[in-house]
Ligand binder design. Structure first.
Ligand code: CAP
Ligand code: MG
Ligand code: MG
Length: 505
C-alpha cells in the first residue's frame, strides 16, 4: 500500500513539474499587454479585494492556454485586443488577473478587483463583464464560468433575499416538508376563469402553492386583470373550505418597467393579504434589472426567479456559458427569494445531481462548498477592522454593520420543477438531502387520471408517505389517489439510475 502511495505521489510531483515548466514557457510567450493580466504569484486572492472566478477554457488555434486566459481576463475587465496608450497606473490596478492554471483540466482562475463593478450592487454589470463579450471571443473555443466567489465586503453591497421560504413557511404553517406546488397546465390557452378553476382544484386537493407558467402574461383569451380577480375568488373559497392558507405566484414579467409594476400593483390592489402572493419573474428573458427592481420595490414579497432560456448558458454539453451554480449564486445576490435549480436529472430537464444539488445547497446555506470555492454568505471577520471601516464608509445603497456584527445574506430557496410527479418526490428528496425547497409539478398533477384535485391529493399523499418513512407503494394500498398516480406515472427505469446514466452520458 505504502509503495503505491509513494508512486502516486511521485507521479503527481512529475506532472506538476512538467506542468510548471510548460507554464513558464507560456509566460515567456506572452506579449506586453497579456503580461498585464497575469499574476501567478498573487498573494492571498481571498484578501477581500477580488471577486474570484474559475473558467473552463479551451484556447483558439492561435493561442496557448495562458495567452487565451490573459486575453479573456483583459476583455472581461479593462482591456481590449491591443495595449492602448491611454492606460494609466490606476487603470492597471483594475486589471483582472489570471492567478492559477490547471492545464490538464483546462481550468483558469481569474481575480477581478471588485471595485470594477457598479457600486450599489448591480448584477447585470458583473455579468456583462465576466460572461459578456468574452463569450464571443475568437481566442476561446470553449469558455464556461463554472464557479464564482464573492468576498464579504462585496457581499455587503448586494441586497440578497428579503422575504424567504422561512417567511412563506410561517405564513402557510408548513415546516418539515417541501412546500407542495403546481404550475397550471395547459401552459397556455385557458380562459381566466378556467385558470382559476384549476387553481381551486389544486388548493382544495391539498396543495399549498400555485404558480403561473413562465409565458403567462396578458393574453387576450386570459386578460391579466380577470386572471388576478378570479384567482383571488378561487383562493378565498379554497382557504374557507380547507382552513389552510394558500399562495399564488403571479408572473409579472412584462415588456417594460411600468407594465411590470402595473401588474404588481394590480395584484396588491386585488386584496391578497401579505404572504398569499409571490411575484414570478422570467429572470433571464426579462433581465436582472427586473429581478433587482422587484427585490428593492417589494421587499415583503417572495420574488420567484424562473430561469427559462438558462439552458443556452448552462446545459452541460454547452462549451460556452456558465453553470447552474453560477446562475443560482447571482440570483441569491440579486435578492431572488427562490430560483429553479433543476431536478438533478430526475425530472424532464437535462441536469445532474452534481450540478443541480450543488447549486441548490449553495443558495440555501450560510457557508457551502461549490465546484471550486467555499462561499460564506455570512459574518464579516470581526477582527478585520479595516474591512469593516471600508464597508461602513462605502456609499453603497444600504449601510451595513451599523448595529450588528452578524451579517449573513438570507437564503434563496431552490424551486424544484420540470417533469416531476408524486412518484419522484422521494427520489428527489434523497438526491437533494433535505426538504427545504418548493416543488412545483405541472403534468405531475394535471395529468393524473382523475384530474387536478386528485393529482394534488396524490402529491400530498406521496409527501405524507415520505414523512412517515413508508414506501409510496405501501401507502398507496390505503390511499387511492396515490395508487392511481403510481400506476399512471411509474416509469420502468429507476429515476436515480437514469439521472446517473444521464450524468455519465
Ligand atoms: C414545469 C414547467 C417549468 C419547468 C422549468 C415547464 O412543468 O412549468 O417551467 O420546471 O424548468 O414549463 O416545463 P412540468 P426548470 O412540471 O409539467 O414539467 O424548473 O428546470 O427551470
Ligand atoms: Mg413552465
Ligand atoms: Mg427542473
Amino acid at each position: 500500500m505504502v509503495k503505491k502511495k509513494i508512486i502516486r505521489k511521485k507521479v503527481k510531483k512529475d506532472i506538476s513539474k512538467k506542468e510548471n515548466s510548460e507554464i513558464s514557457k507560456m509566460i515567456k510567450s506572452l506579449n506586453e499587454k497579456q503580461r498585464g493580466y497575469v499574476d501567478l504569484k498573487l498573494k492571498n486572492p481571498k484578501n477581500g479585494e477580488y471577486m474570484l472566478c474559475v473558467f473552463h477554457l479551451i484556447p483558439g488555434v492561435k493561442h496557448n492556454m495562458l495567452q487565451a486566459a490573459c486575453e479573456m481576463a483583459a476583455e472581461s475587465s479593462t482591456g481590449t485586443n491591443f495595449l492602448v496608450k491611454t492606460e494609466t497606473k490606476f487603470s492597471k490596478e483594475m486589471n483582472a488577473r489570471v492567478y492559477k492554471l490547471d492545464l490538464k483540466n483546462n481550468l483558469v482562475w481569474v481575480a477581478y478587483p471588485w471595485r470594477l463593478f457598479d457600486r450599489g450592487g448591480n448584477i447585470q454589470n458583473i455579468i456583462t463583464y465576466v460572461v459578456g463579450n468574452v463569450l464571443g471571443m475568437k481566442e476561446a473555443r470553449a469558455l464556461k464560468l463554472l464557479d464564482i466567489w464573492f468576498p464579504p465586503t462585496m457581499l455587503e453591497q448586494y441586497d440578497g433575499p428579503s422575504y424567504t421560504i422561512d417567511d412563506m413557511r410561517k405564513y402557510l404553517g408548513v415546516y418539515d416538508r417541501p412546500i407542495l406546488g403546481t404550475i397550471i397546465k395547459p401552459k397556455m390557452g385557458l380562459t381566466s376563469s378556467e385558470y382559476a378553476e384549476v387553481c381551486y382544484d389544486f388548493w382544495t386537493g391539498g396543495g399549498d402553492f400555485v404558480k403561473n407558467d413562465e409565458p403567462q402574461a396578458n393574453q387576450d383569451f386570459c386578460p391579466y386583470d380577470k386572471m388576478v380577480k378570479y384567482v383571488k375568488e378561487a383562493m378565498d373559497k379554497a382557504v374557507r373550505e380547507t382552513g389552510k392558507k394558500k399562495v399564488h405566484s403571479f408572473n409579472v414579467s412584462a415588456s417594460d418597467y411600468d407594465t411590470m409594476i402595473e401588474r404588481c400593483e394590480m395584484i396588491r390592489d386585488a386584496g391578497f393579504e401579505k404572504g398569499s402572493y409571490a411575484f414570478l419573474i422570467d429572470g433571464i428573458t426579462a433581465g436582472w434589472m427586473a429581478v433587482q427592481t422587484l427585490r428593492r420595490k417589494y421587499p415583503e414579497v417572495f420574488i420567484h426567479f424562473h430561469r427559462a432560456s438558462h439552458g443556452a448558458y448552462t446545459r452541460p454539453e454547452n462549451p460556452i456559458g456558465f453553470s447552474v451554480l453560477v446562475l443560482s449564486k447571482f440570483a441569491r445576490l440579486a435578492g431572488a427569494s427562490g430560483i429553479h435549480t433543476g431536478t438533478a436529472g430526475v425530472g424532464k430537464m437535462q441536469g445532474s445531481p452534481k450540478e443541480d444539488v450543488t447549486a441548490a445547497k449553495n443558495i440555501l446555506g450560510v457557508k457551502e462548498m461549490g465546484h471550486f470555492f467555499e462561499q460564506s454568505w455570512g459574518r464579516i471577520p470581526e477582527n478585520d477592522e479595516d474591512l469593516i471601516r471600508i464597508v461602513k464608509e462605502d456609499h453603497a445603497h444600504h449601510v451595513t454593520l451599523e448595529d450588528d456584527n452578524w451579517r449573513s445574506m438570507k437564503k434563496c430557496c431552490p424551486i424544484i420543477s420540470g417533469g416531476l410527479n408524486p412518484t419522484l418526490l422521494k427520489p428527489f428528496i434523497e438526491v437533494m438531502g433535505n426538504t427545504d425547497f418548493i416543488t412545483t409539478m405541472g403534468a405531475g398533477v394535471h395529468a393524473h387520471p382523475k384530474g387536478t384535485k386528485k393529482g394534488a391529493t396524490a402529491l400530498v399523499q406521496s409527501c405524507e408517505a415520505y414523512k412517515k418513512g413508508i414506501s409510496i407503494e405501501e401507502y398507496a394500498k390505503t390511499h387511492k389517489e396515490l395508487e392511481e398516480a403510481i400506476k399512471f406515472f411509474t416509469k420502468k427505469k429507476n429515476p436515480i439510475k437514469e439521472a446517473e446514466e444521464n450524468e455519465k452520458s
